[in-house]
Design a protein around this ligand. Structure first.
Ligand code: ATP
Length: 305
């Protein structure tokens, strides 16, 4: 997989406000990269630079190995939804897309029908834009970003203001686009849980700084379930469980507690092993480490630096 987005030491200032502070970021072809950060973290500033809307910055921004400052043609390979586009309320969805197709100089007439189909709004295409629900407006916005058949799709908080059903639908369409066309997607949100199931990589941004990047697998491990046991003879049981539970992680905690974590925890099997070893369970509790907790801790510790 080749690297399609490569950002090095990117700094962006608005007068005395540092919106981006020496950001490094790489996105590989076909990835869905989630950029997570609270309001004002710098997400839009970064995405605006990526799609060429903002050109005053320090550092290097390469798309497909080419610096965008040196060759603006690479920008033709991207589609973006940053600020919501000005759709005409009295025109239909199809007419609005047709207007932008001509304005953007996209010669393939069939591209409008294709994106209407890809975002599953072909059945609404003849309705006036002003009659669209918020979710469908958002889908039309993404359809517009897809109009030039981009290799990279850049979306700034496309799920903002949508209800859970609308968010789920957007996620579904993005996954389909990614799978069908191998489109690389970079998408921002301030809510990690909205993206955690579709992203292949996540970058946490706060106060203009990239505070952590994780692969999808590493992200998943942060939300693991763990069972914490207190037993008679914790050393013996710790060794026993560590030997027998090959698919789980077994750790000896403070206060002689034993933590068993992993996807395959079978409580009844653990209880039986302990009983068979002639020991007893004194207490047992479940610890569900939530991703949101992880995210808030991460941002909290960055803010305290
Ligand atoms: P949000 O989710 O609220 O859009 P964000 O993560 O996208 O936030 P940015 O919009 O990139 O963050 O803003 C980063 C910082 O830069 C903030 O402090 C913001 O106030 C500031 N900023 C953004 N645009 C401008 C501008 N045009 N002029 C001055 N300051 C700006």
């Amino acid at each position: 997989m080749s690297t399609v987005i490569e950002i090095e030491n990117l700094t962006k200032k608005y007068r005395n406000i540092v919106a981006l502070d020496r950001i490094n970021l790489q996105v590989k072809e076909g990835e869905i990269y989630g950029l997570i950060g609270r309001n004002g973290a710098g997400k839009s500033s970064l995405l605006r630079i990526l799609c060429g809307q903002s050109t005053q910055y320090l550092g290097s921004v390469k798309l497909f190995g080419t610096k965008i400052k040196e060759n603006s043609h690479v920008r033709n390979k991207i589609g973006a939804l940053i600020e919501y586009p000005a759709f005409y309320p009295e025109l239909t969805g199809r007419q609005n897309l047709e207007y932008y197709r001509i304005q953007k100089g996209i010669s393939q007439k069939e591209s409008v029908e294709k994106v209407l189909h890809d975002m599953n709004i072909a059945n609404l295409a003849d309705r006036k834009f002003k009659q669209y629900s918020l979710g469908n407006k958002q889908r039309l916005g993404i359809a517009l970003a897809l109009l030039n058949n981009p290799e990279i799709l850049i979306l700034d908080e496309p799920t903002n203001g949508l209800d859970p059903v609308g968010i789920k639908e957007i996620r579904k369409f993005l996954l389909e686009i990614n799978r069908n066309y191998n489109t690389t997607i970079i998408i921002s949100s301030h809510i990690l849980s909205e993206l955690e199931h579709i992203i292949t990589k996540v970058g946490f941004i706060d106060q203009g700084r990239m505070i952590k990047e994780l692969s999808a697998e590493a992200l998943k491990s942060k939300s693991k379930r763990a069972t914490i046991l207190k037993v008679t003879n914790h050393e013996k049981i710790f060794l026993l469980l560590k030997n027998k539970l090959q698919d789980c992680q077994v750790t000896l905690l403070d206060h002689d507690e034993i933590e068993v974590s992993g996807d395959m925890i079978d409580i009844s099997e653990i209880s039986r092993m302990i009983l068979d070893a002639n020991e007893k369970i004194l207490s047992m509790r479940e610890n569900v480490a939530s991703l949101e907790d992880y995210y808030f801790n991460l941002i909290g510790s960055a803010a305290n630096e």
